[in-house]
Write a protein that binds this ligand. Structure first.
Ligand code: ADP
Length: 322
């Protein structure tokens, strides 16, 4: 009911409670009740006794009705599960994927209490951020699944470029960087058989309108938000819509033209290629060199001091200044 009222108000013109009620099949009092609820959710609705209701503004809540309004995708976001607070959108997405949730289902939350990064690390879900998980079921070999971290990174960077005046960069394999600091991260997890992928869940966390004062002390030196870098708040709803649109387009590119065009785009957006880096593996082993390219399997190629090449498939990259 509430969605229908909102939809009617979104048509733009002022509408009376009587007409709203009659169109939807509820009483004027019921209409009033839903209007009150919408106002509590942050919708500014003007009411005049003689002329009726008018929607003045909508809140920047990541609710399904806000995200679906004007969303130009056909698959991603066709099902949207929304939480004001959840432990981890990624965990919900994985259990829904096991229960056969369709491709393009997204789980989104205003706040996460148990956000995760790679290798069981903690992802802080800060005020004004986006926590989003997307279920994909690509017809690919499991060995190709890590490429989706890259596909998602390019999609997010392009969406940020469109929503702000910033020039975000990508740090191999999964960081989104703005102003030299980490503004977001991507986590791709999969379930697979020997020869096919059951599902991939892409987790995307971005500090959007997070004030500097909300950055936890232990990451303040390395983390930032789009608001901090760009100087103004942006619409999280529009950014989510743009991420879904960019990702859907790149997913189609991946299916029809393969990884190569995405690899090239990633290379342009990357802060890693051409840089002198140290890569630390999960076991703590360090390799130093110049990152020469990301290969077609998503691995990072390093040229070491002695001129030999090393192929890195996982690890933490730190960029060196010289
Ligand atoms: P990495 O950045 O090394 O690839 P992850 O992708 O696993 O690691 O992300 C987790 C790490 O990111 C944490 O160890 C912490 O340093 C940092 N981090 C956690 N929350 C945030 C956040 N909201 N913004 C920026 N960085 C964060």
């Amino acid at each position: 009911m509430k969605e229908e009222i909102l939809k009617a108000l979104r048509q733009g013109s002022r509408v009376s409670g009587e007409k709203l009620g009659a169109d939807i099949g509820i009483s004027r009092t019921a209409v009033w009740k839903y209007i009150t609820e919408l106002r509590t959710e942050g919708y500014q609705i003007d009411s005049s006794p003689s002329k009726g209701y008018a929607l003045l503004s909508a809140p920047d809540n990541l609710t399904p009705q806000e995200i679906k309004e004007g969303l130009r995708t056909s698959v991603l976001g066709r099902e949207i599960i929304y939480y004001t607070e959840v432990s981890s959108t990624q965990d919900v997405a994985k259990s829904m994927a096991i229960q056969r949730a369709g491709e393009g289902t997204i789980i989104i939350a205003e706040r996460q209490t148990g956000g995760q990064g790679r290798l069981g690390r903690k992802w802080e879900s800060l005020p004004g951020s986006i926590a989003l998980s997307i279920i994909l079921r690509p017809p690919i070999h499991p060995s190709e699944a890590p490429l989706f971290t890259i596909v998602a990174g390019v999609a997010v960077a392009q969406a940020i470029e469109k929503a702000t005046h910033l020039s975000p960069q990508l740090k191999w394999p999964n960081d989104i960087i703005a102003g030299g600091k980490k503004v977001g991260g991507i986590l791709a997890e999969m379930s697979a058989e020997m020869d096919r992928v059951n599902y991939i869940v892409l987790g995307i966390g971005i500090n959007v309108n997070t004030p500097r004062s909300s950055l936890p002390a232990d990451i303040k030196a390395i983390a930032t938000s789009l608001k901090e870098e760009g100087g103004k708040e942006i619409s999280r709803v529009k950014l989510v819509q743009s991420i879904l649109e960019e990702l859907e387009t790149l997913y189609e590119v991946f299916r029809t033209a393969g990884f190569e065009p995405i690899r090239q785009r990633w290379t342009v957006l990357s802060n890693t290629i051409g840089a002198r880096v140290t890569v630390t593996s999960g076991e703590g082993e360090r390799t130093e060199g110049i990152a020469t390219e990301m290969d077609r399997d998503g691995a990072l190629i390093l040229r070491k001091g002695d001129g030999t090449l090393e192929r890195v498939i996982a690890g933490d990259v730190s960029l060196r200044n010289s």
